[in-house]
Design a protein around this ligand. Structure first.
Ligand code: MG
Length: 403
């Protein structure tokens, strides 16, 4: 095969709502070993040296989190846009084409739910387009085909010699594909992109696909994909992660002192937008950090009036739910409160029970300590308090949800 250095743009069609797998999300978003099927698909194109910009088309419903998960923020540097598709595959690809309006060269279209596509198949499609202007991946039909009537009675058995099963990628010179969509984009009964190009009278050529390049549609496909991943040596993602949190608040008169959800009798309290529970804030940052979810400032901005004077325990509940949604739960917590006064030892057990209750832990899985700063610095001179926490989180398969 000649080595050509041309770059190609790719449209990944992932707007389908198919839930035939029985999952609570479309097939391209099902997660295996911690990663969505679509992410595996994108990785193949990310790694291909001839692939330039990639546009991912998803449903309107999936757009917000798909933009976070599959754009550059999700680690896919080549993805220049994640856009919402239309009611049909054609309408969706048309949206992808629009996002590539300034791309003059070759465009490949690939199904988001075909994660096992190999670089070699992509190479063959690119070469086919260079030679013919339009090329699609296909495999010879292995099974006998029958045509039947509505009652299931066989009408005929077409010879399968020249019949091929069509896959993606389907590749086209950009201007040809745009013309095909401009002229035939609304036609009924169009099941692949090549049909629109064929309708222009432009020849479309088949290149050899691979039998492994299957769509993940039925449960047995998912199993096959799982086996394929294992054969590729894909490592299971870690089942355990750790995070740390740190927080400081100023001490002022006329505020209650709330630590770990417990009101501690004292002449001063901590100043902040919420109840300024410095311990619970450090705990939340440790949990969010462990799950790779940033920090509390990102989730509960102190410019947002809905968090004014809110109990930090309520925010901790929300943090717990965010972890559960990602398939994690806390397994233990260790934290230190830094305060010169009052003496906190008598309250630590109550705080442990409070935090443990929210996180679904036994009190012994939450360990709290208090220390002074020996009269030194802002803590030692009673100007403020600080807290530090570490949290361990573990995979909770039963609760693992999408996204
Ligand atoms: Mg804070």
């Amino acid at each position: 095969m000649k080595t050509s250095k041309i770059k190609v743009a790719v449209i990944i069609a992932a707007a389908g709502e198919g839930r035939r797998l029985g999952a609570d999300c479309p097939k391209q978003f099902i997660r295996l070993e911690g990663k969505a099927v679509l992410a595996y698909t994108l990785e193949v194109f990310e790694a291909h040296p001839q692939v330039g910009p990639v546009v991912v088309v998803v449903s309107r419903e999936a757009l917000p989190w798909a933009q976070a998960s599959f754009g550059p923020r999700g680690g896919f540097a080549k993805v220049k846009a994640v856009v919402a598709g239309g009611d049909s595959r054609q309408a969706s690809v048309a949206q992808g084409l629009e996002a590539l309006a300034d791309w003059p060269g070759m465009i490949l279209i690939h199904d988001g739910a075909r994660p096992m596509v190999s670089p070699q198949v992509i190479d063959r499609v690119i070469q086919g387009v260079q030679e013919h202007g339009a090329a699609i991946a296909a495999v010879p039909l292995a099974d006998t085909l029958k045509r039947a009537d509505a009652q299931g009675q066989v009408l005929e058995t077409p010879a399968r010699d020249h019949l091929w099963q069509i896959q993606t990628p389907q590749g086209f010179e950009g201007p040809l594909l745009r013309k095909a969509y401009a002229q035939g984009g609304q036609k009924e009964g169009i099941t692949d992109d090549a049909m629109l190009v064929e309708a222009l009278g432009h020849p479309v050529f088949l290149v050899l696909g691979e039998t492994t390049n299957q769509k993940v549609t039925y449960p047995e496909d998912l199993q096959r994909f799982q086996q394929w991943l294992r054969a590729q040596g894909v490592q299971k993602e870690p089942q355990m992660r750790i995070g740390m949190g740190y927080d400081v608040h100023r001490l002022v008169a006329d505020r209650p002192l709330i630590l770990g959800g417990i009101t501690v009798p004292w002449e001063k309290g901590l100043l902040g937008h919420s109840d300024a529970d410095v311990l619970t804030h450090a705990v939340m940052d440790a949990l969010l950090g462990a799950a790779g979810l940033g920090d509390i400032g990102r989730h509960f901005p102190d410019t947002d009036p809905q968090y004014k004077d809110i109990s930090s325990l309520e925010l901790l509940r929300q943090v717990r739910d965010k972890l559960v949604a990602k398939g994690w739960r806390c397994s233990n917590l260790d934290a230190t409160i830094m305060a010169e006064a009052p003496r906190l030892a008598p309250y630590l057990l109550a705080m442990e029970e409070e935090l443990a209750g929210i996180l679904g832990l036994d009190a012994h899985q939450v360990n709290l300590k208090a220390t002074t700063w020996e009269g030194l610095s802002f803590v030692g001179q009673g100007q403020g308090m600080a807290a530090q926490a570490v949290a361990m989180i573990i995979r909770d398969k039963d609760n693992a949800k999408e996204a």
